[in-house]
Write a protein that binds this ligand. Structure first.
Ligand code: AMP
Length: 399
């Protein structure tokens, strides 16, 4: 039988996945006197370094998963590609939050978009793709440019192919090239949105259905990876309210207990289109650690433990810049040989008394790998963004 709620310290939370999101959740949990166990295929992982106990096993090793779940009071996850059988094995011993429904929908881009439509929420034009023929039918319907994305396992732009603007009579060649490039996997075709900007809402839903959100966050991407976030986003209040209402509908529709992020495109005429959801704390919410009364990680802990949600009030505007592994290879283009590793000049960032440095304890830097982030608070999000941009630029030691 699952324990009755709320789960108070020193209860133990179990985390599936051991990257930076698990690490920051573990840090919030340890601060409040909770125990933390983590399971992933890795050892000495970013989360394992903070946890009381690190289980190293494949997610498919259900004996190991059951052994892990037996020792915790609640299980949550820091990535959405947790196999359904793993989630079910955990749920035999402890509540899984957010539940299996959120995982099921978030794991598949097509199911995600179909869920938006079923909820009456606006999203990009899309079509299911299972063959070159269905891709051509989709392209005729949606037009070009369009993006072909694998239905599963894609993140940060992986498994995506842009199909450039092409005359309708000439779609076969670009379609076939894109279909081959994604290895002919089941996919979704999306219309290419000329958005004005990308924004997100990180929100939480408690066990009692209570709802709290961190407002609208403005996100700039580089090479499909989040680069800089700032909050509050500088948009008309009606846009922010609308986005929050849509996020609320998503969390309620999936019966989420925990934190979930909804990412949107904001078009030039002020329309919000849902792009994707992540049923966990999100990179765009890292700035809440310094900026808000309650961080997204403490909020996740509170929600999954059945505690009252904390205040999401901003103490000041904030911005966050990701630190990718590319910073370790300043003299090389991404994708080239990783030979001349030169650690970033941390002192230059630490010289700015307003900038907060977070490093995730990853052993090896690789181009595109999220190694850490920096955050600054200021009077406006734009001002904070300027500070983190400058601080990050100062990290590279020039010859
Ligand atoms: P995703 O993994 O689907 O969030 O895609 C990563 C990034 O690619 C997004 O944050 C956008 O910058 C870009 N992108 C994805 N889908 C579209 C689309 N339909 N139209 C325009 N840009 C897109």
């Amino acid at each position: 039988m699952h324990k009755t709620h709320p789960l108070l310290p020193p209860a133990t939370i179990g985390i599936l996945g051991s990257g930076q999101l698990g690490r920051m959740l573990a840090q919030a949990a340890r601060q409040m006197g909770y125990g933390v166990h983590v399971l992933s295929p890795d050892s000495n992982s970013p989360t394992g370094q903070i946890a009381d106990k690190e289980f190293t096993a494949a997610y498919e090793d259900l004996d190991a998963v059951r052994n892990f779940a037996q020792g915790v009071d609640v299980v949550t996850y820091e990535f959405e590609n947790v196999p359904a059988a793993t989630a079910a094995a955990c749920a035999e011993f402890a509540p899984l939050r957010p539940g299996a429904q959120a995982l099921h929908v978030a794991q598949n881009r097509l199911r995600e978009k179909q869920f938006f439509v079923a909820q009456g929420l606006p999203t990009v034009p899309f079509a299911p793709v299972t063959s070159l023929e269905t891709l051509l039918i989709g392209l005729e319907k949606i037009g070009t440019p369009a993006i072909l994305k694998t239905a599963t396992s894609g993140y940060d732009g992986k498994g995506q192919q842009l199909i450039p603007q092409s005359p309708i009579s000439d779609l076969h060649q670009p379609a076939s090239a894109a279909w081959d490039a994604i290895n002919q996997q089941p996919a979704i075709l999306e219309g290419f949105v000329e958005f004005e900007r990308e924004v997100s809402v990180v929100a939480a839903r408690g066990l009692d259905g209570s709802f709290a959100h961190f407002g609208l966050i403005h996100n700039d991407h580089a090479n499909h990876i989040l680069d800089v976030s700032q909050a509050p986003a500088d948009v008309p209040p009606t846009v922010a309210q609308e986005a929050v209402a849509m996020a609320r509908a998503v969390l309620a529709g999936l019966d989420v207990v925990g934190v979930l992020c909804v990412e949107f495109f904001l078009t030039h005429d002020g329309k919000l289109l849902l792009n994707e959801i992540a049923p966990r704390p999100h990179n765009s919410g890292h700035l809440t650690i310094e900026a808000c009364v309650t961080s997204q990680f403490e909020q996740q802990l509170r929600a999954v433990c059945g505690l009252p949600l904390g205040s999401t009030r901003y103490l000041r505007a904030a911005a966050m810049a990701n630190l990718l592994g590319d910073l370790w290879f300043p003299h090389q283009e991404a994708e080239t040989e990783e030979t001349a590793v030169s650690p970033p000049n941390w002192l230059s960032v630490l010289q700015n008394p307003h900038v907060k440095l977070h490093l995730y304890g990853k052993a090896a830097a690789r181009p595109g790998r999220k190694m850490g982030h920096i955050t600054a608070l200021a009077d406006t999000g734009a001002e904070a963004a300027k500070i983190v941009h400058e601080a990050r630029a100062s990290l590279i030691i020039k010859d």
